[in-house]
Design a protein around this ligand. Structure first.
Ligand SMILES: C=CC1=C(C)c2cc3[nH]c(cc4nc(cc5[nH]c(cc1n2)c(C)c5CCC(=O)O)C(CCC(=O)O)=C4C)c(C)c3C=C
Ligand SMILES: [Fe+2]
Ligand SMILES: [Fe+2]
Length: 354
């Protein structure tokens, strides 16, 4: 290409005018996707089955060879778990919007972020799910159709795990494989030790504890677990969780007895990261601890694992074992503290782009 042609093409792209005979080139925009795990479309057997099938067929989530895992998945898990999990989702369902809290909060985060970024008019904010709807593919396509030539994806996991962050990135790249004209991609890294995140958690914990009519003797920082072998093979997730708790302790001036790391949401028969949250809650009550609180730093928004497994199930375990006062500290969600984290990381990662 000679110099004159090169200049002409560069000018036509910058001004949004295509050369004669080419399809119109829209002024370039930058898409931001808040990408969360996923959630069922309903609590009935059908939607639960579809969600669980997509989730539990992911080879990054279940690292078993397909000939071993699929007979268990289709013959055992998908015949029983949709009903059992559906009943749990029913307990926490947002009946007003007929959707799960995870979807409500993720949408709210996206709306708040769009409001916060109005000084960046070329930025379009959207949200998507790794499993279920709105699908990662449909949202990536929508952003490209709106003229986004760059996309910043934000997997909403403070601590990196191959079972969450990596599979979210995989899914976006898989969607891009079908595009002739791909956008450029950036991905927000794990933020388990970012000062803005630690500060937001500390503020949220302090504010919530001030509303209680009791003082917890122990506070559990409960993270979703992963199978122990994944950790042994090099997934840095456990180290990220421990570091978040350590920094929180440092910031709040608490010792290891006051703020302890535990892992929840076990699935299947193999060993998961320990200590387990449910066992710890029971043990504390049996040892005579009367008042505890649980915070979930690894969950960007409240969901079945926090609202049902902790606020309902763990609370019941604690009371049945002799405990008296139990509090669940809400996730950051779309609170001012929570949005400060998301906005700061998005602005940092957009630097040089917007
Ligand atoms: C082997 C199975 C699973 C692994 C590994 C796993 C890792 C993991 N998950 C989260 C965050 C969430 N998980 C949620 C629900 C959920 N998780 C699993 C299984 C594994 N998770 C299942 C089967 C389910 C569905 C509910 C159930 O049937 O028990 C959710 C909540 C979704 C919602 O709709 O509310 C979140 C969030 C992390 C962070 C993680 C590894 C670090
Ligand atoms: Fe999970
Ligand atoms: Fe659970």
């Amino acid at each position: 290409m000679n110099q004159k042609n090169a200049t002409t093409q560069a000018e036509s792209t910058a001004t949004g005018h295509a050369p004669a005979g080419h399809p119109a080139i829209k002024p370039p925009k930058i898409g931001v996707i808040l990408l969360n795990l996923g959630t069922p479309d309903g609590t009935e057997f059908g939607p639960m089955w579809r969600y669980l099938r997509e989730f539990l067929s992911d080879p990054r989530v279940i690292e078993l060879p397909k000939p071993i895992w699929y007979p268990i998945l289709y013959g055992l898990v998908l015949t029983t778990r949709p009903k059992k999990s559906g009943a749990n989702y029913k307990k926490i369902w947002n009946t007003e919007r007929n959707e799960s809290p995870l979807r409500t909060y993720t949408r709210a985060q996206s709306e708040r972020l769009a409001e916060a970024l109005t000084d960046l008019p070329t930025v379009v904010v959207d949200w998507a799910m790794r499993y279920g709807n709105p699908s990662t593919e449909s949202v990536a396509k929508r952003l490209v159709e709106q003229g986004c030539t760059r996309i910043l994806t934000f997997p909403l996991y403070p601590q990196y795990s191959a079972t969450t962050t990596a599979t979210a990135n995989d899914k976006l790249f898989r969607a891009l494989m079908k595009m002739r004209n791909q956008p450029a991609i950036r991905s927000v890294p794990a933020y388990y030790d970012e000062p803005v995140y630690i500060e937001a958690l500390a503020n949220s914990i302090t504010r919530h504890l001030a509303t209680l009519d009791f003082e917890p003797e122990v506070i559990l920082a409960s993270y979703h677990g992963i199978p122990k072998p994944y950790s042994d093979r090099g997934d840095p997730y456990r180290a990220h969780c421990l570091e978040t708790t350590r920094l929180l302790r440092e910031r709040l001036g608490w010792d290891e007895k006051k703020l302890t790391t535990t892992f929840q949401s076990r699935f299947g028969a193999q060993e998961w990261l320990q200590p387990y949250t449910d066992k710890t809650v029971e043990k504390l009550a049996r040892e005579g601890v009367k008042s505890i609180a649980v915070v979930n730093p690894g969950f960007s928004v409240d969901c079945i694992e926090t609202l049902e497994e902790i606020a309902v199930e763990a609370s019941e375990i604690f009371h049945h074992a002799g405990g008296k006062n139990f509090a669940h500290i809400p996730c950051l969600n779309d609170s001012r503290d929570g949005m400060a984290v998301i906005e700061a990381l998005v602005r940092r990662e957009l630097s040089g782009w917007a």
